[in-house]
Ligand binder design. Structure first.
Ligand code: AMP
Length: 287
């Protein structure tokens, strides 16, 4: 596995592969890799000639009071995992090479960035959209792989790729979960044993809501109420940013369930903010 730290060298390496007719699969991450990340790497390997993984904790997507400084890092462990997965390239740039002095261009995806997490993390998606644009320009992938765990991020990225006529195909992969249903996340490392146990409430509430929809309930406000009650009943939940029923295309809140539905949650357990979601697609009957 080749380790590249300089954007210019990464760009030239990708150009070389493209000239030779090779496809490039790209998995951008912030490191502390778990099975969720590795499932994206495996998918990229299956579908492409070259697999490039980036590890970059992007300062631009953290708010001033958020966990940029504390965000877990494990370069040695990550390198070993990617080596075992037989990734071809690990791109690990320094923040000063991504945002050099004088950097002044940002990418903003309107409307969908303002909803859900965007309402609570005002500059977050501007930081995400900017870094993903830069990474796609540097790595030049044929396909880029993202997890559905960060549902809003996937639609922000799809929108920016479409609006800016970028070349990469965006592939959205399923959320990997722990055995008890908790979505894998690098931030789970912040939880103590009691909080880790309590965090299962998130998945339980998503399943409960999905079951209500499957049983034929169409009143989204009722379902939202059940979700919020379930979460707030758990004493370890110290804050509820949102929990509810949304249109998976526009991310606007639904009052009535008519078709594909996104259930989404952002809660704080202690000081740790966790997000999760579930897409409920009604079975269509044909006669
Ligand atoms: P992060 O390092 O948290 O920025 O995540 C890097 C990529 O991995 C993003 O596309 C995430 O959506 C994806 N990812 C994170 N957690 C999971 C998971 N549990 N299952 C699948 N993909 C995930």
């Amino acid at each position: 596995m080749e380790i590249i730290r300089i954007p210019r060298i990464m760009q030239d390496t990708s150009k070389g592969h493209i000239l030779r007719g090779r496809t490039i699969g790209f998995v951008p991450t912030m490191g502390v890799l778990h099975e969720g990340h590795l499932s994206l790497v495996r998918r990229a390997k299956q579908e492409n000639d070259i697999t490039t993984v980036s590890i970059f904790v992007n300062p631009a997507q953290f708010g001033p009071s958020e966990d940029f400084k504390q965000y877990p890092r494990d370069i040695e462990g990550d390198t070993a995992k990617l080596f075992r997965e037989e990734a071809d390239i690990l791109f690990m740039p320094d923040a000063l090479l991504i945002y050099p002095e004088g950097f002044s261009t940002y990418v903003e995806v309107e409307k969908i960035s303002e909803r859900l997490c965007g309402a609570f993390r005002p500059a977050h998606f501007k930081g995400v959209a900017t870094v993903v644009t830069k990474l796609l320009n540097i790595v030049k992938p044929t396909k880029a792989y993202f997890g559905r765990k960060d549902f809003q991020q996937t639609i922000v990225i799809k929108q920016l790729v479409k609006d800016l006529d970028m070349d990469a195909d965006i592939v959205v992969c399923p959320t990997l979960r722990e055995q008890d249903g908790l979505a894998m996340s690098s931030r789970n490392a912040y939880l103590d044993i009691r909080q880790r146990e309590a965090a299962t409430v998130i998945y339980k509430c998503l399943i409960e809501a999905a079951d209500l929809i499957k049983s034929g309930i169409i009143d989204a406000n009722y379902i939202k109420g059940v979700m919020q009650d379930g979460l707030l009943k758990e004493p370890a939940v110290s804050g509820l940013d949102y929990a509810g029923v949304y249109d998976p295309v526009t991310l606007s809140e639904l009052s009535e369930i008519k078709g594909d539905t996104l259930l989404a949650v952002a809660v704080k357990i202690g000081n740790t903010r966790l997000i999760d979601n579930m897409l409920v697609i009604p079975v269509r009957k044909y006669e």
